[in-house]
Design a protein around this ligand. Structure first.
Ligand code: IPE
Ligand code: IPE
Ligand code: MG
Length: 259
């Protein structure tokens, strides 16, 4: 009897939760998010910068799940750029440690992610990443390979220009070997050879923290993306902020060069 009550209560909660998910007339297939403003969030509170990164990682989990619940199929979160190595070693180490802890929790999240059908992937240059992190990244990817209701990319050691350079090298090597002719090189071939190969270009890119730039994020892929900016710092970014971005996206008139 008790378990029946419990089950009904759980079902009720589940339905309630589903009702909280807003409906949209049009949804982006792929959203890119530049998770910026962690340092300023911490500074405002007199805390060390890494506290901002810890809080930012929590926001990442919350917003990732909410976006998946809304029905976004592809999400790319910018976590660490090829330029971020310029930061003081202590800060870089703290960010890597937060990333390590996130990956170590993979088992807890495995169940949640399985339920939601979330598949975790990493985009970026693997060379230069700490060896233990690389192993954890590979294990996480292996674990969630088959469940692909939602693809959640985390961009780590990612730079758009680096990505394009890598792709140019790979294509040039093939041409030198005679595997392809130079005339065969087209936009489609380049797109496929990027880390995001096979994933649609981002329809919407969100940047919090009051900066109006792309900072080397999805350089090739964002050619026709819609942009949405907010002054909110990433750790404070809420479900309502994501809804506001999506409401704005509903109103955008995407022409892709047409009329
Ligand atoms: C984004 O927050 C996190 C990373 C770039 C790793 P920042 O650390 O850039 O925060 P601000 O821009 O200094 O506030
Ligand atoms: C962009 O933020 C990179 C990430 C959020 C991972 P930055 O803080 O590095 O960007 P800039 O330096 O303000 O352009
Ligand atoms: Mg920043």
């Amino acid at each position: 009897m008790r378990s029946v009550v419990r089950r009904s209560a759980l079902l009720f909660l589940k339905l309630m939760k589903r009702n909280d998910i807003p409906e949209f007339s049009v949804l982006p297939k792929h959203i890119g998010i530049i998770m910026d403003g962690n340092g300023r969030w911490a500074k405002k509170r007199g805390l060390p910068r890494y506290e901002g990164h810890i809080e930012g990682a929590k926001t990442f989990r919350r917003i990732g799940e909410f976006a998946a619940d809304i029905g976004i199929k592809y999400l790319t979160f910018y976590a660490f750029s090829t330029e971020n190595w310029k930061r003081p070693k202590e800060e870089v180490d703290a960010i890597m440690q937060i990333f390590r802890e996130y990956l170590l929790e993979a088992d807890d999240r495995k169940k949640e992610n399985e339920e939601k059908g979330i598949s975790l992937r990493f985009i970026g240059e693997r060379k230069g990443m700490p060896a233990d992190l690389l192993e954890l990244m590979e294990n996480t990817e292996k674990q969630s390979r088959d469940k692909s209701n939602v693809i959640l990319n985390i961009a780590v050691n990612y730079g758009g220009r680096h990505e394009i350079t890598q792709s140019v090298k790979e294509i040039a090597r093939k041409a030198v070997k005679g595997e392809i002719s130079v005339d065969e090189i087209d936009e489609d071939m380049i797109s496929k050879s990027l880390y995001t190969g096979g994933i649609p270009d981002p329809d919407l890119i969100i940047r919090p923290s009051g900066e109006y730039r792309i900072s080397n994020f999805l350089t090739w892929q964002s050619a026709y993306s819609e942009f949405w900016f907010t002054d909110v710092l990433w750790p404070d970014f809420s479900e309502e902020d994501l809804i506001a971005a999506l409401r704005e996206f509903e109103k955008r008139n995407r022409r892709f060069g047409g009329v």
